[in-house]
Design a protein around this ligand. Structure first.
Ligand SMILES: [Ca+2]
Ligand SMILES: [Ca+2]
Length: 507
């Protein structure tokens, strides 16, 4: 008999004695003393599946260096933080300043929005604060580093004394990893006639409007999204789209990314993978893996789904895994939008895990910078906690969107872009979600069943979901409830006989 209180969840887990004691130590150690308690969880050489990723928009996280905020063009910066299309001042020093806050939450890998030098002009009222309008892949966005610092990776390669290098050093000192967000599909939109002006460490090498060396495709905007040829070759929102058949382009983009890997980047998140042919990605991932054998790579295939043959083929044959949009949509339907089928919608996704060669490598999430935040759909903190507990304990590598732990959301226009990117305001290390992530991140490292195990449904109704994860001799049992108080019939937990205490609820 298992009883679950309203809107609560009770993951239970079993591990041999020493690990159980470590879990108890994490739970019972107050936040002020967690440095010691967490230390043993951070070893450098772990499977990437054991990570807990945190994704942040650099400009909206923390302004650690007010001197760089105006930038080269002060028109792009709004110090009052009222204009959502402009920079608000966040930078890499701000990330460094908050690393202890993140580590103490159990974050082990940090995914930052792209750091490349961007177009320094407004396009339809928007600055490139998201980082997806790159003009030079071999330079860092000067807005993120100290005023006057050299943005060239070439020029600073020997000394390695930039703010970026300090970020890498501080991350690795804490045994945390850096995920670099990259774009290979496109460069920039048309700002003052400069569409697709591209630079190689400050030297102009391509121009969409004078494309003598065929660096770009010139087929206009995607009009029919069902047409695969258009999706791969045409433009998205007027962004100059690279011609991957050009070997000079391929050499440029690969040499640029390798420079970043040489500075200590640990993993790559790749934008818009659906918009380039799989042969390009196979060459790219092969080359990156040769250059850095332990590199972990995951891509964004918008609304990838296990029922979509092409996104499944991509996961199995491209050399990288994907962000799990199918699961994200199901979780939002079940837990934020109150869908009638509830947890059955989620189980439907897990039922198709066999289609992937490695479902435990998929990167799981409940919201991101391109969709409304979970709490803009449903402000109930109890539902957020269930959703977080799910992605922290089900198969896949969880990725937390910045501010989730502080219940950050702005519901203007339904919380859609750009209102899903508010400035971080609170840094409360006692918030319930913060503590929950910390606890379950520890569990992911202690119990391989949680990070790498198979997933077995044990009890399922629209409101209740119980599952077991198993990896060799390790087991975890999770029970989630999105409804009211309920008494369950006997559920097989696969735990050894005896008393067990829930890691989260302590019941
Ligand atoms: Ca700043
Ligand atoms: Ca393309």
């Amino acid at each position: 008999m298992v009883q679950t209180p309203p809107s609560q969840f009770s993951p239970d887990q079993y591990k041999v004695d020493s690990a159980q004691e470590k879990v108890d130590a994490i739970i019972e150690t107050p936040p002020s003393e967690t440095e010691i308690a967490l230390e043993f969880l951070y070893t450098r050489d772990i499977e990437f599946r054991q990570e807990t990723i945190y994704f942040l928009v650099v400009d909206r996280f923390y302004d650690g260096d007010p001197d760089n905020s105006e930038g080269a063009n002060s028109e792009l910066y709004d110090p009052t933080r009222q204009d959502w299309g402009k920079y608000w001042g966040g930078d890499l020093q701000g990330v460094i300043d908050k690393l202890d806050y993140l580590k103490n939450m159990g974050v082990t890998a940090l995914w930052l929005t792209p750091l490349f030098e961007q177009v320094e002009e407004l396009f339809v009222g928007n600055a490139a604060l998201h980082g997806y309008w790159t003009k030079d892949f071999k330079r860092i966005n000067p807005r993120y580093i100290a005023d006057g610092e050299n943005p060239s990776l070439n020029a600073t390669q020997e000394e390695k004394n930039t703010t970026f290098d300090r970020l890498i050093t501080e991350l690795h000192k804490r045994n945390m990893k850096l995920v670099l967000d990259i774009v290979c599909n496109h460069s920039t939109p048309d700002t003052s006639g400069s569409k697709g002006e591209l630079y190689d460490d400050g030297v102009k090498i391509a121009d969409f409007n004078d494309d003598v060396n065929h660096w770009y495709h010139h087929y206009g905007e995607v009009e029919n999204w069902e047409d695969d040829w258009q999706v791969q070759n045409c433009e998205l929102s007027g962004l100059a789209t690279f011609n991957e058949n050009n070997t000079e382009y391929r050499e440029y983009i690969k040499s640029a990314i390798k420079q970043w890997l040489d500075r200590g980047v640990d993993a790559l998140r790749v934008d818009t993978v659906k918009h380039m042919p799989i042969w390009f990605w196979q060459e790219f991932t092969g080359d990156m893996s040769n250059h850095k054998p332990d590199i972990f790579i995951f891509g964004e295939w918008i609304y990838s789904n296990p029922t979509d043959d092409r996104s499944v083929e991509f996961v199995n044959h491209s050399g990288m895994t994907l962000l799990d949009f199918g699961l994200c949509v199901a979780i939002r339907a079940a837990l934020a939008q109150g869908s009638e089928n509830g947890f059955q919608t989620i189980q439907y996704i897990f039922d198709q895990d066999h289609r992937y060669n490695g479902a435990t490598e998929l990167v799981t999430f409940i919201d991101n910078h391109d969709m409304s935040r979970f709490q803009s759909l449903n402000p109930d903190p109890a539902m957020l906690k269930v959703a977080i507990a799910l992605i922290m304990t089900c198969r896949g590598i969880p990725c937390i969107y910045y501010g989730t732990e502080q219940y950050l959301h702005d519901d203007t226009d339904g919380g859609n872009d750009p209102y899903n990117r508010p400035m971080m305001e609170n840094w409360d290390t006692d918030s319930e979600i913060y503590r929950c992530i910390r606890l379950l991140s520890g569990l992911r490292r202690l119990n391989p069943a949680v990070s790498m195990g198979s997933h077995w449904q044990k009890y399922l109704t629209p409101d209740i979901y119980c599952y077991v994860r198993r990896y060799r001799d390790s087991v975890s049992f999770v029970a989630l409830n999105r409804g009211g108080e309920v008494t369950l019939p006997e559920v097989e937990t696969e735990l050894p006989d005896g008393e067990h205490t829930c890691v989260v609820t302590r019941n």
